[in-house]
Design a protein around this ligand. Structure first.
Ligand code: AVI
Length: 324
């Protein structure tokens, strides 16, 4: 779903597995222990994330959809007729549909995702609903340069779309690198529309990542199930607890898996010691203000061009322009 993974070789499956193993072994061997959040999204992880978006405490998805619906006409004014709309990490394209319904006739919609099978399937489901629109899926890692299809290259304008606050799962230097890469792909004159979760009361954030039904806990622990299955691990799931909390100094929600006892765990033939209470840091979800994201974007050449939020100021859609 979310395009955070990195891999490009003729044998993607073998390479993905090698990268997964290398990153898990390095992360479990480090102090503090950590595993990149991109590995949450196997089939079960993607389904669990979809369920998270529906739990009452997890406000981001429904709030972002509402902001897009309420302001679609205004947001669409940033899209020139005949432009190509490039969606970074397209997922189910639900949010792009809202923007596209309000936009003028476009040259193409280019959903980009690391998961080729998914992006092709979503494009196939998307086409009948927008019969006049060229839908040109691209399989690529959005953090690295990739080529746009010829029709999109020929379009007189390019607009990037990056909803979902996926930018929050990047470290700030990675977010800057993403914005720099997006600038290279979209070229001068382009617009970029990003969904960004805003800094707010710790109580609301803590609830959003500790839903009562335990779906987020399942999503977090599924990483251990995946390691057991794919890397011959022997994690005992009931000996690891989901921890999620807002780290106010760093403006991020951290997710961890905490070992409930002193124990040894084997993964891919290597043994790792856990102290009681020791955690594996599995995710950061950075929260921004309009100003802090604006400063980050300005630093790599994007000028703020519009902001839309909900009445509680929980979430924002922020637009930027790249100087000509
Ligand atoms: C995908 N991403 C924006 C989600 C977030 O809120 O950082 C992932 C997530 N992790 C726990 N709940 C949702």
């Amino acid at each position: 779903m979310v395009a955070l993974a990195v891999s490009k070789t003729p044998q993607p499956q073998a390479a993905d597995k090698a990268a997964f193993e290398a990153e898990v072994l390095a992360g479990l061997g480090a102090s503090p222990k950590h595993i990149p959040a991109k590995y949450f999204y196997d089939g079960t992880g993607s389904q669990l994330f979809e369920r998270i978006t529906e739990v009452p405490e997890y406000y981001p998805t429904r709030t972002e959809m509402r902001i897009l619906r309420d302001n679609a006409a205004d947001i669409a004014k940033l899209i020139a007729p005949g432009a190509a709309l490039v969606e970074f990490g397209s997922g189910s394209s639900k949010k792009a549909r809202i923007v596209l319904r309000a936009a003028p006739p476009l040259a193409a919609y280019v959903p980009v995702d690391i998961c080729g099978e998914m992006v092709e399937q979503e494009a196939a489901e998307f086409r009948p609903d927008f019969p006049q629109l060229r839908v040109l899926p691209v399989t690529a890692d959005i953090c690295f340069p990739f080529e746009l299809p010829a029709e999109a290259m020929a379009a007189p304008a390019r607009v990037g779309f990056f909803p979902g606050s996926t930018i929050g799962n990047f470290e700030p230097h990675e977010a800057a690198a993403f914005l720099r890469n997006a600038a290279k792909i979209l070229i001068p004159g382009a617009t970029l529309i990003i969904g960004v979760d805003l800094i707010k009361d710790a109580e609301i954030l803590n609830a959003a990542y500790n839903d009562k039904d335990g779906v987020t806990a399942k999503f977090n622990r599924n990483l251990l199930t995946r390691i057991n299955r794919e890397l011959h691990g022997n994690f005992k799931l009931d000996t690891f607890e989901h921890h999620a909390f807002f780290n106010r100094e760093r403006n991020r929600v951290e997710m961890h898996l905490a070992s409930l006892k002193r124990q040894k765990v084997k993964v891919a033939g290597e043994c790792f010691d856990f102290r009681a209470g020791e955690t594996i840091h599995t995710e950061n979800s950075y929260k921004y203000s309009v100003e802090t994201l604006g400063a980050l974007a300005r630093g790599v050449g994007w000028e703020p061009a519009g902001v839309w939020t909900d009445k509680d100021q929980y979430f924002s859609i922020q637009a930027f322009k790249l100087a000509e």
